[in-house]
Design a protein around this ligand. Structure first.
Ligand code: MLT
Length: 327
């Protein structure tokens, strides 16, 4: 075969592949899309994921199916998505755990900065400090005194190393200079059931799950973890204003895809997230649950990537000083 014929066949083949790829992307999404949630169904991350998924499904014309992949503080799900086919049918939502896990785990089976494509941040969620309903402390001062005096017999629920409930609990232990027994769950939904049932004593958890319980009076509530008071619980003091100077945890959620997902798909997905973040059904539900829509500058791939890098740098030293690690 002559060189020019080979060149022609090569060029035709490449054009054909390009056309097939373009056609596949043009048709995207041609079937339902999976949004992987790293914690238990019914919990804070799941609530955010399902609220966004309902709106995004309308925009994209295909169902977004929320899949809860549990384990190891969200890292099982992250590893699963990092290895998933980059075909536009698997996406991932995760929070600060994407950053904190890099310091918490000695061997993480993925790199959050290089094994994913970045789509957008979604919402920021405050945390709340809670205890079981019959906990013998009626305000934060009493809570702090009781925890200091009874730390040896007290336990703290969380969703494992990498969960924000673990991060917040670790910060609380350091701020009060106490050591409590951690009881890990696959998410704070089952941990909340244990708190309501009195099987665990205290827990830090996000308003997206806790506001209904706080309003129903089914838990004791000692304050919010944000710098300032929040609109959804205007009378609730911050932990910082009650003496835990500089205590601040705000949970941010990002949406990711496996590395190599085609750019046109990432762009369509970003547009669908942005549309959801403007959808009145989403904004109303998020506001009721204390969550704030991410600033416009964070609703871009670059916004999420830059934020994640900064969070890895921010939490690394805090976690190392806290000394909670897993292999
Ligand atoms: C959840 O969805 O269960 C929580 O986000 C877990 C956590 O505390 O990080």
């Amino acid at each position: 075969m002559g060189i020019s014929r080979k060149l022609f066949i090569g060029a035709a083949g490449a054009a054909c592949l390009w056309a097939l790829g373009a056609q596949a992307q043009g048709a995207w999404p041609a079937k339902s899309i999976s949004l992987v949630v790293p914690f238990a169904a019914g919990g804070p991350t799941d609530v955010v994921a399902r609220t966004l998924a309902a709106s995004m499904s309308k925009t994209l014309g295909q169902t977004i199916v929320v899949e809860n992949k549990l384990g190891a503080g969200g890292t099982v799900a992250a590893a699963f998505v990092a290895r998933a086919a980059p075909d536009g049918y698997t996406f991932f939502i995760n929070h600060n755990g994407m950053a904190t896990s890099t310091a918490l785990y000695r061997k993480l089976p993925y790199n959050p900065l290089t094994d994913f494509e970045f789509i957008s941040q979604a919402v920021d969620v405050p945390m709340t400090l809670l205890a079981r309903k019959d906990f013998p402390a009626n305000n934060f001062a009493e809570f702090a005194a009781y925890v200091k005096a009874n730390q040896a017999k007290m336990n703290l629920g969380n969703a494992g190393l990498g969960a924000v409930s673990q991060l917040c609990g670790m910060m609380l232990e350091r701020a009060l200079d106490v050591k409590l027994t951690a009881v890990p769950f696959s998410g704070t939904a089952p941990a909340m059931n244990a708190l309501l049932g009195g099987q665990i004593d205290i827990m830090c958890d996000q308003t997206t799950q806790t506001i209904p319980q706080i309003k129903a009076g089914s838990v004791k509530f000692y304050g919010v973890t944000t710098k300032n008071r929040i609109k959804a619980l205007p009378d609730a003091p911050t932990l910082a204003e009650q003496g835990l100077k500089d205590f601040e945890v705000l949970v941010w959620h990002g949406i990711y895809a496996p590395k190599g997902t085609p750019k046109p798909i990432l762009e369509k997905m970003n547009a669908a997230v942005r549309a959801a973040l403007k959808d009145p059904d989403v904004t109303r539900r998020m506001a009721d649950l204390g969550a704030e829509i991410a600033a416009d500058s964070k609703q871009s791939p670059e916004g999420l990537q830059t934020w994640l890098k900064a969070e890895i740098d921010r939490w690394g030293p805090v976690i190392k000083a806290g000394g909670a690690f897993a292999d």
